[in-house]
Design a protein. Structure first.
Length: 247
């Protein structure tokens, strides 16, 4: 197996607990929407099954499809509202940005320790996120300067790159870092994210279980699953970590 020279981090739920903020924002969007339209109630299970890790508008469309609702997709310029999937997605964006402003965000301490360890060991690092808010989240968390490469929803849209569960955004990050896919670790907490890692030719897919379930992450492509990145150190760059199945 090639030497692992780069670590490609998802953002929400891996580096920062923004996944928790996003979960609450989606609930604030879809709980009243489901009630107003006579749909089955929105639950946290819907977040993990239909939304987690996907580009925002895709998450809207997938959740609505699960309730038998089909709206026109619209465009990213749609005003926040309910007329299109993009309008609903933009309303959710308003909700979550207001929450960031009022509640703030801190990175996971264990993730920062792991980031410190792998960069000290000489690994290159990048952030790969479906979110269009990644730069502001990284800045709010105080770690923006740690990542020269950020492939987020804005980059994917601008360059026409397919989002997760396709591997393309992770492949683009590896390309920008100048490393082969087989030399890079994908770090993900979402089903669609580990699917993206498994669909590429990456050296290791590292799952972080923030609630999806370790078995589920392994089933969808994670090679190793941990509850927190603080459980690991730079030895994860050594392929022998695979021998144990779980770190």
């Amino acid at each position: 197996m090639p030497q692992l020279r780069a670590v490609l981090f998802d953002l929400d739920g891996v580096l920062t607990p923004t996944a928790e903020v996003h979960m609450r924002a989606w609930a604030r969007l879809f709980e009243p929407y489901a009630q107003a339209h006579g749909l089955a109630p929105y639950t946290s299970a819907d977040y993990f099954a239909h939304i987690d890790g996907k580009p925002r508008y895709d998450g809207v469309a997938t959740f609505l499809a699960s309730r038998g609702v089909e709206l026109p997709r619209g465009t990213a310029e749609d005003a926040p509202g309910e007329d299109t999937a993009c309008a609903l997605g933009n309303r959710k964006d308003e909700i979550v940005n207001r929450m960031f402003e009022t509640e703030g965000i801190d990175p996971y301490p264990g993730s920062v320790r792991f980031l410190d360890a792998v960069t000290a060991a000489g690994a290159q690092v990048a952030v790969v996120s479906s979110s269009r808010n990644a730069p502001s989240v990284l800045a709010a968390a105080g770690i923006a300067d740690r990542f020269a490469v950020v492939v987020d929803g804005n980059v994917a849209s601008r360059e026409g790159i397919a989002g997760k569960p396709a591997p393309d955004t992770y492949q683009r990050a590896a390309e920008l870092l100048g490393v082969a896919q087989a030399e890079a670790i994908v770090v993900e907490d979402a089903i669609s994210g580990v699917q993206a890692g498994a669909a590429g030719d990456f050296g290791l897919v590292l799952g972080v279980d923030r609630g999806v379930g370790a078995d589920v992450l392994r089933e969808h492509g994670a090679d190793v699953v941990v509850a927190d990145l603080g459980e690991l150190d730079a030895t994860v760059l050594d392929a022998t970590v695979l021998d144990g199945g779980d770190a």
